[in-house]
Design a protein around this ligand. Structure first.
Ligand SMILES: NC(=O)C1=CN([C@@H]2O[C@H](COP(=O)(O)OP(=O)(O)OC[C@H]3O[C@@H](n4cnc5c(N)ncnc54)[C@H](O)[C@@H]3O)[C@@H](O)[C@H]2O)[C@@H](O)CC1
Ligand SMILES: Nc1ncnc2c1ncn2[C@@H]1O[C@H](COP(=O)(O)OP(=O)(O)O)[C@@H](O)[C@H]1O
Ligand SMILES: [K+]
Length: 507
């Protein structure tokens, strides 16, 4: 598990470290600059022309320190100063004073250094960026973009990227490498910022563990090895020890959704999986996944005799310890009753997805049945329908959208995108860092529901199950891409890789 921070949280950590712990600001800055220099040295040689663009806050202070350290090592270096002395931060002024005495080559914008730039260091704005980039700063950025440096190294965060949302604040500078300090900022984890950041190096510049006490760290991601949090299977056990997953899924022409979800639940470790689907899907599912129990209903009867259908649903719910509700159910009128009955009768965790969410969007009063053991897993289109917002508006701040929906109902909301967000009911927010665009294919989401169900069946509670499920799903996607490349993934192959990731458990 790795903590992530907002810009303001990072400033609090800085402040606590400097003011309460007593590590001087310039010491942190020196270590920050050393970390950047060490990355730069791996990318260039002494013949390279290096330009460092320095704003006049502490990000710019880091930049001047980088220029000084490289100058002392004998690199060909120019520092471009973007702001005025009058508005320079205390540390920036201190760095400038040192650089001038040592003879670092400096130019003031609009002047630019002569010749070409082989490596560009972006130290214009860091976590202090708090508004749209306009005027002179915009001009500077645009000029840098026209110069087209061969390699760009961003200091802390690419300038122009908002450290909380990853949004571009008017203009931003694209980096090949971002050296960030202490903790990764949300802005480099989220698109479009993630796409501007290149490889992100998190440098330890000496923030002590206590500095986290200045904030309540609530954003996190998983990294390799974290699947170890998935419970081991005790030797003294039987299939009943590992949960009963009821997959309520698969309408007309949609048996695949039920298949993928049920298969993923088994592959993740569930002891028993039952698919509750329409009679028409029985044969295909029975032959495709003979390990699953199949229970069926007739959609016409479900429509005509709601009392019997409700009774049938009640029995299914009583059997289950985890329920997946929605993949491929379709949008026939009886689906509303089905969703309502399951939400009313189930006292176990429910993963509500796809057409299950569609029923909620069409009948918002159904949210009245939401309890804390609900996990909703909308993609952006489904989220837009659920909230009445637009996809564009949701994309501007994925975390806020997921968090707001989860908090409104006290549930867990997994908002699926290239970077999936898990707004967990325990108030932590998971930001996913696994997965890839090969997974942008029909059926991937069905597999996710099954993986989360499998984890809950193993005994994880909703928050951990949702976050680890998203992580595991993405890792499986990464494993498939390793073998099959970016184009050819089939959602069913995700289920075939689950075991490779789960083996980390026993390694
Ligand atoms: N001692 C510390 O506090 C440390 C700070 N560090 C660096 O300091 C950075 C943060 O420094 P600052 O808080 O000084 O902020 P920045 O250097 O990110 O920004 C400088 C100033 O730009 C102004 N600004 C914001 N948006 C603007 C816009 N759109 N147009 C024009 N001006 C704008 C802000 O008022 C801000 O004070 C970090 O990202 C990191 O690089 C590191 O050296 C580690 C230690
Ligand atoms: N570009 C991408 N990078 C990483 N993961 C992705 C990408 N595109 C889609 N995914 C993942 O694939 C899944 C798609 O889910 P969903 O849209 O519900 O598909 P379906 O309903 O067809 O099963 C989500 O978990 C999502 O996070
Ligand atoms: K920067």
């Amino acid at each position: 598990m790795r903590n992530l921070v907002t810009g303001d949280q990072m400033k609090e950590v800085d402040r606590y470290t400097i003011e309460t712990i007593g590590i001087p600001s310039l010491v942190l800055m020196e270590r920050a600059a050393l970390a950047v220099v060490s990355e730069i040295e791996a990318l260039v040689n002494k013949k390279s022309n290096i330009w460092v663009l320095c704003g006049n806050g502490n990000n710019g202070g880091d930049g001047i320190a980088v220029a000084r350290l490289l100058h002392l090592k004998g690199y060909k270096i120019w520092a471009i100063l973007a702001g005025t002395r009058e508005s320079g931060s205390r540390e920036w002024l201190a760095q400038l004073d040192i650089a001038e005495k040592i003879g670092v080559q400096l130019v003031n914008f609009p002047e630019f250094p002569p010749g070409e730039c082989n490596l560009f260091v972006d130290a214009l704005f860091g976590v202090g960026l708090n508004r749209e980039v306009l005027g002179t700063y915009k001009e500077i950025m645009e000029k840098v973009i026209t110069y087209g440096p061969e390699i760009t190294v961003a200091v802390d965060i690419p300038s122009g990227i908002h450290s909380d949302s990853g949004q571009i604040m008017g203009t931003a500078l694209r980096a090949d490498v971002t050296v960030t300090f202490g903790f990764e900022k949300l802005g480099t984890m989220l698109y479009p910022g993630k796409g501007y950041s290149g490889r992100v190096v998190v440098a330890d510049i000496g923030f002590p563990a206590q500095s986290l006490s200045a904030i309540r760290p609530s954003f996190f991601t998983f990294e390799s090895g974290d699947t170890k949090e998935i419970p081991l299977r005790p030797a003294y056990s039987n299939k009943g020890s590992f949960g009963k997953v009821l997959v309520v899924a698969g309408g007309r022409n949609m048996s695949g959704a039920a298949y993928l979800s049920a298969l993923a639940a088994y592959r993740t470790g569930a002891g028993l999986v039952k698919i509750f689907t329409i009679e028409e899907n029985r044969t295909i599912l029975q032959s495709g996944l003979p390990e699953a129990i199949i229970a069926t209903y007739d959609p016409e009867e479900a429509e005509a005799d709601t009392a019997s259908f409700k009774e049938l649903l009640k029995k299914q719910c009583e059997w289950a310890s985890v329920i997946v509700l929605g993949p491929g159910l379709g949008r026939e009128p009886y689906v509303k009753n089905l969703v309502e009955e399951v939400l009313t009768n189930a006292y176990v965790p429910i993963i509500l997805d796809a057409d299950g969410l569609g029923a909620i969007a069409d009948h918002p009063d159904l949210t009245g049945y939401f309890t804390e053991n609900i996990i909703v897993t909308p993609h952006l289109g489904e989220m837009a329908r659920l909230t009445g917002s637009s996809v564009e508006a949701i994309k501007k701040n994925l975390i806020a959208a997921a968090r707001e929906y989860a908090d409104r109902f006290g549930i867990t909301c997994v908002l699926k995108d290239a970077v999936t967000i898990g707004a967990l009911k325990d108030q932590r927010t998971y930001v996913n860092s696994s997965g890839n665009s090969a997974m942008a294919k029909a059926g991937s989401g069905d597999v996710l529901t099954g993986i989360i169900a499998g984890l809950l069946a193993l005994g994880l509670e909703e928050s951990d199950g949702a976050a680890l499920g998203v992580w595991l799903h993405g890792r499986a996607g990464d494993a498939v891409r390793e073998k099959y490349g970016s184009y050819s993934l089939l959602a069913s192959q995700l289920t075939e890789e689950i075991y490779t990731i789960l083996q980390e458990q026993t390694r």
